[in-house]
Design a protein. Sequence first.
Length: 307
Amino acid sequence: MQNKFLVISSELREAKNNSLFLSGTLAAAGGAQYKFISFNYKGEAFAPGTVVVADYSEDSYNGQTQLKVQSIHQVHDPDFVMQAAKKSTLDIERLFQEIQSTVAAMESAFIRDLLNEILFTKPAICHKFKIAPAATGVHNAWVGGLCEHVWSMMRIAKSLVHHYSSTYNIPVSEDKVLFGVIMHDLGKIMEYDVANPAFPLTPGGVLANHIVTGPLYVYQAATKVRTMDATVYNDTMELIHLIASHHGEIEWGSPVRPATIEAMILHHVDNLDTKVMHSIELATGEEGNIAGFSKWSKIIGTNMKKV
């Protein structure tokens, strides 16, 4: 068979006999992605986002389809890039408007002003927010994935804040939790090259990921919208803490663990949406080695029952 593909990733690797082979991931028109391997290729690895034509046959490896490529070469086809890009199935403009309306209704003027300064008054940032992925492998790894992830988390977080604050009569700030929801992954618009649907890391993304750059956005914006007195500083640090702790554990990349109720809610909402979206991908994707179940996932440590 011969088809056109978008290169998501590729690398030259060394076989046991010291020969080189090419492997990685290719995306077909419509966004379906496939692992591939080529023992016959002689040349350099392809950059992510390259369009190629490949002659191949289909095989199965570890319970999923793998393409065995006999020949592969680069072609120039800018239109195909977006044809092969995996995209959100939801209306991203509608989701973004709902996020924006939620911010406009917040009680905290400081948090509203921060989010407007960081995101909503900057068309270039808004555009990147709408097209960026939330991740590149585990969940929402598609055009619009970040906006979709934030919108989904926002809806979950509102119900959790209401439950805990009303049931136990404690002052849980919905505004702070939602600020963390919107901001926790915003640094990914610079961590990934979001204009390239293969979403390779940028040089800045290699040097400083979103848990580093997110707090920089917040502190810089805070100094613009308020005079940095002791009260503003403490409030800013609490908001920065939401981003810094959202992975939950030092071992998972957070420099600090959640130390406020709002940060704890944010961490678990993020983890919940991530794991459920990953489970949906598995349950609706390819069948693995066990009939009626997906391929095994190292993220959740099991096979997911197909739906």
